[in-house]
Design a protein around this ligand. Sequence first.
Ligand code: ADP
Length: 986
Amino acid sequence: MSTTMTAHQLILKQRAELLAVLCGGGSAEPLDCVLDLLLACEVLVWEDYLSIRVAEKPLCSNVRQLLDMVYDKGEDACSLLLAAMSQVLPEEQKAGLCFGKECAVVGKDRPDTATLTLLADRPVLVRKLRDNIDGALNALLTTGCFTIKDCDAVQLPVYTPSQQVRKLLDQVRFKGETAAKALLQYLEQTETTRPNPEDKENHLSANCLLYQKKLRSSVAAQSHSLSTYGGTGRFSLDDIYTDGLLEVTDGSGETLTLGLEDVVGPLGTLNEDADTVLVSGEAGSGKSTLLQRLHLLWAREALLTNTFLLFPFSCRKLNAEHRELSLKELLFLHCCWPDRGQDEVFQFILDHPNLALFTFDGLDEFKQGFTDEERHCCPTKQVPIPVLLFNLLQGTLMKGVMKVATSRPQAVGPSLKRYLRKEVLLKGFSPGGIDCFVKKHHSDPAMARRVIESLQANTVLLSLCHIPVFCWIVTKCHQELLGGQDVIPQTITDVYLLVLQHFFQRKSPQSQGVLGKAWLEEHLDTVLKLGQLALEGLETSCYVFSGYELQRNGLKEQDVSLGFLIYCNDLSVTDCKRYEFLHITLQCFFAALYVVLNRNSDRSAVSRLFQSQYRQLSSLSQRCLGHCIDSSVEGVESHVTETPNLQITAQFVSGLLSQRHHNLLLECCPIAVRERKVKQVVKSLSKGMQRHFKSIPRPVEGEKKSMHAMPSFVWLIKCIYEMQDNSIAQETMAKLDVEHLKLTYCNIGPVECTALAYVLKYLRNPVGLQLDNNSVGDVGVEQLLPCLHICHSLYLRNNNISDEGIRKLLEKGMKCESFQKIALFNNNLTDACTQHFALLLKSKQNFLSLRLGNNNITSQGAEQLAEGLSYNQSLEFLGLWGNKIGDSGAEALAAALKNSTTLIWLSLVDNGVGSAGACALAKLISQSKTLEQLWLNKNCISREGVECLIEALKMNSSVKEVWLRGNNLSPEEEEELSKQESRLTF
Ligand code: ADP
């Protein structure tokens, strides 16, 4: 065939041959490659391509269509088609064909859009992406450009890898410029990170290492900044992260303080066989942030260095996963997609469970409550997400992989507790932590100082700041705070109104952003729309919202831009933009605003909100609160996930209906409606309290009438506090008739102390207030002062209290006639507090019991105490177990107590007391007419000391027991000495 023929002629003449080579093998690949090239050099436009490559038609008709079309496009197009075929076809197929003049098929100038770039690079991309489709798909998924359906359509098994790439590229083109950009960005990244594939020797670990690297970088990107600071771009997690108080109770019941690194470590392990660690804390105590910090430090190889792969999950996001997934899919789809060697990476995880760590944030937000009914252990079988999650937590699936889950304490029932390795309590910021946080937040030290000073001047606010999310708001709203509000913030509702105002102010068109008095009314429409979304979400355990849901609630771009809603930022698969409230407590606040301000709500919405605690809510119900509560099901404490959130919402409702906010609500809500709602709240609170009071058992003969508070008792108290209405508090407490109120292990921190004191101060008769094993702290102690006059006994064992707290407590306690007993076992007391006790003992001649065990009191402290004791004629019980008073301390105490006519019980167990101390105590025995028990176990008393005690006992008839276990005596000596005096116990 003549080389002088035009391309036009060559195509016409060789039509049958060209057709044969392009579809002879039955494969579409040669045609597709040609099409790629023709698209790249713009012989074909996209519409041409779509009309040629019709899947439903036979291959040869596709080829004919191509030949016809190019033929019609003219000579240049024809020569480029020939050149393209020449480039694509193997030499043996080209034999006997003429392709005309040499001509290279190259793209034109660099295109200026990503979509065109993908087209120009299409031939190269098909080759490049063939081995990397998963990675590209994952990138498109995580950026929200692709849906799962899109991925599935690309990865149909009938397609060859090249065809899959083309499908992918076609779909990207269809999705538009953003998707094209995302793909290009991904390609750019992989260019720089991809290892040398020829490196066969390291093949296995190379894939795993590559995966680790990818996982680390996505985890780092995800955890780099805090969502509450999202948008402002001002802070990274590093800038603002402040350590919270972490505690764990070990096997012997002792509380240990942990560092972040100990969360996964062995400290406090209760169940060696389990591998799930639970971090529990109230809403806003910093659980998610703590996990985020762990993630970030792992990603940087600064912590958890033995963990090769860390997979972070968010339970609120898992709620949205309705497919059945295998473990493999869960890991790869929800965390990070391996670009290469998927199976190999997964096998590695299966083979090395000890090198992996899974974290599950917000177990309390998972729609379904934990059950261990369905066992599942196959990592490749697809099962519903709850089955997967619960079996992972139990360890049925992937035994040996360490898991860290976070939750609010209420949501963890006994069935899950069985599977816990340990439970770490996150108790928010310490007082030092608050200062540190404020300083980190304000780069201007003068401003930080002003904020700290204003907090110190308002201890109620300071106590709120122990909860990090409140601390964040208070710090964020410092201008409003320092600028002198009408209402000085006292309640969490005040604080959240502050943040509401702050956000509106930020967007206010008036430049100086001063909001008018009627600011809430001005923004009522937005508030109601957000409120409805929030409430409906809470009722259905929905904390993540799609754009569609926002739209359905009438929320527009400008509503979203206010900042209450933020984009979800995570690694998992999302098919569209998703939003969540800045924090769950803010969602509750908006829900409360809706309950209070919505004029159309039915009349009993408020009462039902309060009663939801006592009724079984259907967690699966997709309907509104108004319908979903069946009022016939009474009296069942519900454990569904909604309860804690509805409780917080009810608390905000109480606060919003407080008289304090009357003016703000004036124009937003007709007075009559407001009044009706107030009445409903008051009635609900009163009924709730009655329920508690009724549960108080009749006192056993000889025992005090005692009430052990249920968890919702504290909640009711907090609601009453939010209302800031003395008469309500007074009326409620008038009906409580107990002598002892037990609130141990109730997560009582400073915030709860404020509320407790506010309400308990109205008790008619003095009570013993037992707050052991909470986190009252010095600030909480200060908050309790208003009710100290009504406490005859205060039990504060294990509560992180230091000398400063005691100073304030005793200053007030001294003036409280009823106050007679205090127990402070296991706090942070030193010799600096004993002078205050001395003063108390001197001035209060009706004080009965002082227990200071397990603190850091030395001989000096004991000497100071002794000084007070020598003037006291009322103390009956003195406990100093587990301090370090030594011989001189014992001598001082003994001398001071010699003249006591009231002391019945004295414990100096484990105090380093030797024989000298014992001999001094012997003098006390010989003189005392009242002492019945002396505890001297775990000291270093030897024979000589015991002999002194025996001598003294000869002259004493009141002492019943002297305990001497664990002193410096041989078994023989013990036997011999106990024969001499039967009241000694060794
Ligand atoms: P939780 O998960 O317990 O509800 P979060 O971790 O979401 O609480 O904390 C709420 C907000 O409080 C965070 O967005 C952040 O602003 C602040 N916060 C919490 N913990 C810390 C911390 N350790 N350091 C600094 N800020 C924190």
